[in-house]
Design a protein around this ligand. Sequence first.
Ligand code: ATP
Length: 376
Amino acid sequence: MLKPPKRPENRTAVVELEGVRKVFDGETVALDGVSLTVYEGEFFSLLGPSGCGKTTLLRILGGFEVPDAGHVRIAGQDMKNVPPFRRPVNTVFQNYALFPHMTVFDNIAFGLRMRRLPAETVRKKVAWAIELVQIQGLERRRPHELSGGQKQRVALARALVNEPKVLLLDEPLGALDLKLRKQLQIELMRLQMELKITFVYVTHDQEEALVMSDRIAVMRSGRLEQVGLPEELYERPKTAFVARFLGRSNLIEARATAPDRVETPHGPLRVRGGLVPGRRYLLSIRPEKVRLARTPWNRPNAVIARVHDIVYTGAENQYILEAPGGELVAYTLNADISEPGYEEYDYGEKVYVYLPPENLVVIDEPIGNEPGTATL
Ligand code: ATP
């Protein structure tokens, strides 16, 4: 992680949503009762697949959509009947939405001039914003004379120059190539930390959300599936959907036989405990937590499998394993050293798999309705 985790305790709420609902055309439920608090200075991401309601939520915060039910408060003020331009927020859109006939300077100055600030103040503030996003020298160009990355910097400057309490960003890096995207991710994080503005950031890119955010809300079909710190969502997903949406997971159906023991398609396994005997659960284990060896483990939670497929990604070898209880995926680091845990395996080779109890996350969802789940 590039920054220490920011926990929300003892912080001031800036964005408060309560039971927000939005239905389009009387049938498409875009938001199904969303309640959420974002705190001052947070980099907060809304993450989820296409159509889950992220943009609708952001547009409701910006005042571009009116909720059918529920309350929205920003900086302590109820936003009912408050038009977009009177809200203490600014939005950065994926498609930049710059005024095509205006120069870079005039685009950035637009909001300040609307507020009728004196020309000298406008000049100073625009110069500050231009330096902030490092586009010095481009002031007189028009949008069609800029690259995608430069356009997005102008859009950012145009939003930041108004010093909003909350900056709403709707997939702002979505149209950029990977290298530029990575570079701007770091710049956005730097800006956010420097200016201490609250960011509400929409993305469907899980890696982007994990790298950039203080907290993430994973959305699914108009609802919040889980809200938490990036490492909480990754290490302790509460649902199979979160386990699958953030990275890859092995999902295994289980029935508790004791508080720390379960029966699974891979045989009996030990887990950390706290289970209700007789109850059904799902277990999730990340592929990088699955351990492989050429010799038997001689301990519980060992499974014998065969290498079915190998995906070489450069940094990792990803093994798709066939076990009697179903498929397992394991990643090993391509470290080029011959120590236990770093061995390389061939197609068809027999491997001894160990599923460490401390890395088996128990999900309180009984049925493995997600594809690829090992079922009992
Ligand atoms: P994406 O990542 O594809 O942008 P999203 O998570 O932002 O998706 P939304 O754009 O919020 O999703 O859409 C949520 C649901 O509401 C979708 O089913 C979408 O088709 C529908 N929807 C959004 N805006 C409208 C609209 N103006 N009229 C009708 N339906 C809409």
